[in-house]
Ligand binder design. Structure first.
Ligand SMILES: [Zn+2]
Length: 705
């Protein structure tokens, strides 16, 4: 592993933070970020760092504290305030107490912070405090885990690291680990570092650089040893070939099936499913590993570190010899594999249930990783960010297990009892309980005509309510800039894909793209539309047909594709068609629009009837007089506005005021209002299909009854 220490960068941190925070904490920040930048050391939050220092207390007296990384900070980006001060004398005295629960540790930490408002220090703080050295670094280096997680692993670590590194057999993380570490250091005070079997590494030093150098040196020793024993190049350490080797058609076909089967049923009749988001790992080396000899027994095994359990569950599901050519058989195979997993998981829960802590509920019995030889690993999360974490862990875990097999070793993870205890550790469950799902959590919503005024407003509203949003429109700068602005709101929950609603292949391609990215689509907002002003007497047939293609054919194609997609996924779905008041109150000179939108509206009502049996709810919203959203002008009003301004002798502002004055509430209608109406239907607070919700401030002629 490359040592990335740079005197210039270190001096930069001191210059930036030294005056306010002190040189020691500035350098602590620097090397913490260096470690955090190495994915193979601290994958998704694993690891923590500390520095012991003297501060001045309220009375002007010197006070020894440990500044330790607080939970909620990522080492890669931790700022100086991410290391919070706890009284060191108190933590050292805790050694005289034989046992403390996680909750008791947190209480001791929180009551001995210097800043009462600081975030909670890492649960591993007592371990750091009982190491006498000034700087302490702890990571979950994957190469070290590849050594410890095999039969005879502790001896391999000794062989790889040499006698000056202590090897601690697996100890359950928590207060017991602090005792074990302190005892081991008493027995070997001149040790340079410590490996905790099936957990990670700890190094220390009198300087930030010393402790960092020791970490890099140790990991390098492990790498060299692994590579020499396995006769392979370094497949570990941050290899990321995301996106290679994708069998696009296969992925698009399989992911909605898996996603549907992983959705768990709820006891809410209106929202019967809590869905997951998928990410596929299809890297060449991972796919290769799935097809290697003995792959199933090697890979269907516990995680590298118990830190991963909350994300991954104890093992992946495995589909034997998938029948790629036979969709029905493949579905049955996947269903059977998930059933088999569920059986194993429930038996495991039953074996250990007597140790389930009070107030902790078990997880729903669904896997988070599904391995399909010939395709890859499908990874599930509550949202796209979560699925990405599971995917990264899956990639790293497969590589480490393959490395172990290549050196002739037998993988040996944490024992089942410890898996159970870590999976149900109360602190982590308390964090999970504190999180409240937003109304559209887990829902993937595809919006057509998203680059326009109403479409872009709907996308923003959906994101705000927790949906995963797929913005679609004709390819071009309008769609590109929309994606940029949506990703500025949420990097993980916004996608864009080009879609021409008049082209069946384009519609299918967009659904396939979403299936590959997130696993499937749960709701469609049929919003793309065209307008044209002309009397019937002067109607240009080509213009009329252009409106038919977008407004009528486009609606039909979306309804058709959605119906088939929802059936494949098997978890119902929602469709909201953006209709118009012109369906109920058509306008002279506006026949092409009024007639084609009426046809679209009627198609949506038919869909309501046809799709209700599979719990697909179709509804309509009917906005009026939405002129723009942020900097996006309405295409409809670009077409309609000039003529109406001329007819009424108004400018653009005057026209907007005219329409505002026309409705009962004198309300200015915005795209955000339309978004709220769409979100209402998608959140399903009432059992309502086939409804039209006007968003128009009240237009008596056009109110559907
Ligand atoms: Zn740890």
């Amino acid at each position: 592993m490359q040592n990335r220490w740079s005197d210039a960068d270190a001096a930069g941190f001191v210059a930036r933070y030294g005056a306010e925070w002190g040189e020691d904490l500035a350098l602590r920040t620097y090397t913490s970020q260096l470690l955090g930048g190495e994915v193979s050391l601290v994958l998704h939050g694993g690891g923590n760092t500390s520095v012991k220092r003297t501060v001045t207390d309220r009375f002007g007296d010197p006070l020894e504290v440990i500044a330790i990384k607080a939970s909620g900070y990522d080492l890669a980006t931790v700022p100086p305030e991410g290391h919070v001060a706890v009284r060191l004398d108190h933590l050292r005295r805790l050694r005289s107490i034989p046992e403390l629960s996680d909750e008791e540790i947190v209480n001791e930490l929180r009551t001995h912070l210097l800043d009462a408002g600081a975030p909670t220090p890492s649960i591993e703080t007592p371990v750091h405090a009982l190491v006498p050295h000034r700087y302490v670094d702890h990571t979950h280096a994957d190469v070290v885990l590849a050594l410890t997680n095999q039969v005879g692993g502790d001896d391999l670590v000794r062989a790889a690291m040499g006698p000056d590194v202590i090897v601690l057999p697996y100890v359950f993380p928590g207060f017991g680990l602090a005792h074990a570490v302190a005892d081991a250091l008493d027995a070997q005070p001149d040790a340079i570092a410590m490996v905790w079997s099936k957990h990670g590494v700890m190094t220390w030093g009198d300087t930030a650089r010393g402790s960092y150098d020791a970490m890099i040196d140790l990991v390098t020793r492990a790498e060299t040893f692994l590579n020499s024993r396995s006769g392979r190049g370094p497949v570990l350490s941050g290899t990321d070939s995301r996106g290679q080797n994708e069998d696009l058609g296969r992925l698009a076909r399989v992911m909605p099936v898996v996603r549907g089967l992983l959705a768990r049923s709820t006891d809410d009749a209106d929202r019967p499913w809590r869905r997951v988001i998928l990410e596929a790992v299809t890297d060449e080396d991972v796919v290769g590993a799935l097809e290697g000899p003995g792959a199933r027994s090697l890979l269907v095994s516990p995680p590298l570190t118990t830190d991963h359990l909350i994300r991954t569950r104890p093992w992946p599901a495995w589909v034997d010899d998938p029948a790629w050519g036979d969709t029905d058989r493949l579905r049955a195979q996947i269903e059977a594999a998930l059933g088999e997993w569920r059986g194993h998981y429930e038996a495991y829960l039953d074996r250990h249930r007597d140790r389930l802590p009070d107030g902790v509920a078990t997880f729903p019995p669904t896997p988070r990783m599904v391995m399909l030889p010939g395709l890859g690993v499908l990874c599930a999360g509550d949202d796209a960010a979560d699925a990405r974490v599971v995917a990264d862990i899956a990639r790293q875990t497969v590589q480490a297990k393959v490395q172990i097999a290549a050196m002739g070793g037998t993988y040996d993870g944490v024992s089942e009892a410890h898996l159970f205890d870590m999976e149900h550790r109360t602190l982590q469950h308390a964090k999970l309980r504190a999180a409240v799902d937003p109304p559209l959590a887990g829902q993937v919503v595809l919006v057509t005509g998203a680059a326009g005024a109403i479409g872009s407003g709907i996308c923003a509203g959906l994101l705000a309510d927790g949906a995963h949003v797929v913005a679609t429109d004709l390819a071009g700068p309008g769609l590109d800039s929309l994606l940029t602005s949506l990703q500025a709101i949420d990097t993980h929950r916004a996608l864009a894909t080009p879609l021409d609603v008049t082209d069946p292949d384009s519609v299918a391609a967009a659904f396939n793209a979403v299936s590959r990215a997130w696993g499937g689509v749960d709701a469609v907002v049929v919003n793309a539309g065209l307008a044209h002003v002309s009397s019937l007497a002067e109607m240009d047939l080509d213009r009329f047909r252009a409106l038919e293609r977008v407004n009528v054919d486009g609606t039909l194609l979306l309804l058709r594709e959605a119906a088939n997609h929802f059936a494949r996924q098997g978890t119902g779905g929602d469709i909201v068609a953006v209709s118009t008041k012109n369906v109920f109150a058509p306008g002279a000179g506006f026949g092409a629009y009024s007639a084609t939108k009426a046809a679209a509206h009627q198609l949506a009502r038919i869909a309501t009837l046809e799709l209700a049996p599979q719990d697909v709810r179709v509804n309509m919203v009917a906005p009026d007089a939405v002129f723009s959203h942020e900097d996006r002008p309405s295409g409809l009003w670009a077409e309609v506005g000039p003529g109406r301004m001329k007819a009424r002798g108004l400018d653009a502002e005057g026209l907007e005021a005219y329409y505002q004055d026309r409705n009962l509430l004198k309300a200015k209608i915005t795209a955000a209002h339309v978004a709220k109406a769409v979100c209402f239907f998608l959140a399903r607070p009432t059992p309502t299909p086939g409804a039209t919700l006007p968003v128009d401030g009240g237009l008596p002629d056009a109110t559907p009854r």
